[in-house]
Design a protein around this ligand. Sequence first.
Ligand code: GLN
Length: 490
Amino acid sequence: MPELWQLSVTEASRLLARREISSVALTDACLDRIAAVDGRLSAYITVTADAARRQAAAADRRLAAHRHAGSRPDPLTGVPMQVKDLLCTNGVPTTCASRMLAEYVPVYDATAVARLRAQDAVLLGKGNLDEFGMGSSTENSAFFPTRNPWDTARVPGGSSGGSAAAVAAGAAPFALGTDTGGSIRQPAAFCGITGLKPTYGRVSRYGLVAYASSLDQIGPLARDAADCALVLQAIAGHDPRDATSLPDAVPDYTAALTGDIAGLRLGVPGEYFAGGMDAGVRNSVTTAIDKLASLGAEIREVSLPTTEYALACYYIIAPSECSANLARYDGVKYGYSHQGDGDLWQAMERTRQHGFGPEVKRRIMLGAFALSSGYYDAYYRKAQQVRTLIRQDFTRVFNEVDALVSPVSPVVAFPIGERADDPLRMYLVDIYTLPVNIAGLPALSIPCGFADGLPVGLQLIGPHLAEPTLLNIAHSYQQATDWHRQRPPV
Ligand code: GLN
């Protein structure tokens, strides 16, 4: 048997239900693994070792009761997890990797976290991220950058970089991340794991600290598609506390993993293979598409002509929403407060000046500008119109194909510091992931090869609520390949 920390969610779940391993032993193995590798990776902001051991002991009691009664436990009972530090966890610091919330301890769980806790999943700790989710490399954390387990001189991607690095290194069997413009898929790609960004509204955003509310979505990062299916099953579904959560019934995601994709129509958008892509990425992705064809999928060329406007559209809408959402950090209601001499306005100014990092301030300024009188029509309203066009592009191609295949990122994990001083170069990394959020679609990132020894991600994009199709394509691919089984040397 592999080491306990190497187990996938699916394997751990089966062994736990049969009582062949205990949650306490599994949790201890993960905590030991964190202790062994996190000094080099910095994937965790907070590790909740004692609470994790208590939760594991409770899960073991529940598993024993099920065994005794001959009933089936929930699949995630006793399985350890990491949660991105942008999701509220009752009694556990939730910093958003910002000085503004460095001392903030929520008094409630995000709905997604609560649903996992209801299954007795075990919280190992909170994952590092770019401050408030704003970034693509986890270098914008106010505390420390996270390192890529495949090469610790490189970034793990972002903003859910701590989650991806932890799962890749075996420092958590799975993690919850968030994706506003690629923050689950791109770090999953950079770290060689599987990440799913669900349809907008599929998972409740209640308790997710808001970045850009019309784009934000919570989803799993795990070793493979089967694991993502189990986690999505637990967290998906309507929540009266999130007015944008979808009322649609939640299908059985694991049952969708038939491993059969014969006859499925897969579109390859020409615009996603334009210039600026690493040759190694192009090779791996092209080979993966051939593999999908050999599994019976029908490959078609399609066109998404509005792709070239997605970056500009996103970088107006996301900062606009961020400038409104982050107005709440005024040093009065909660979080960091810098008082001193002067009046209320001066205290507020100082609080925001010291509490936010440079990228967050840049976004707030961009957004406030795009929303301001005289510029609203030229920028924000225009971006909303472009958003509609991008949506219509997708709607049109999904009349012809069942899903789209593309790279996740034009590049592999880059060296720490390489893009940190050049925001535009950093923003360009998200070129293939942003359109999905703009259109509210589900998309999955799976490992599909290596370029210069670093993982490459394949993106699968589906129509509204097509998670079962996407998971099944990924699962079929993963049954026929072993890229997702490669582990970093750390
Ligand atoms: N990199 C993008 C941004 O900085 C996306 C981040 C995210 O998905 N949270 O906005």
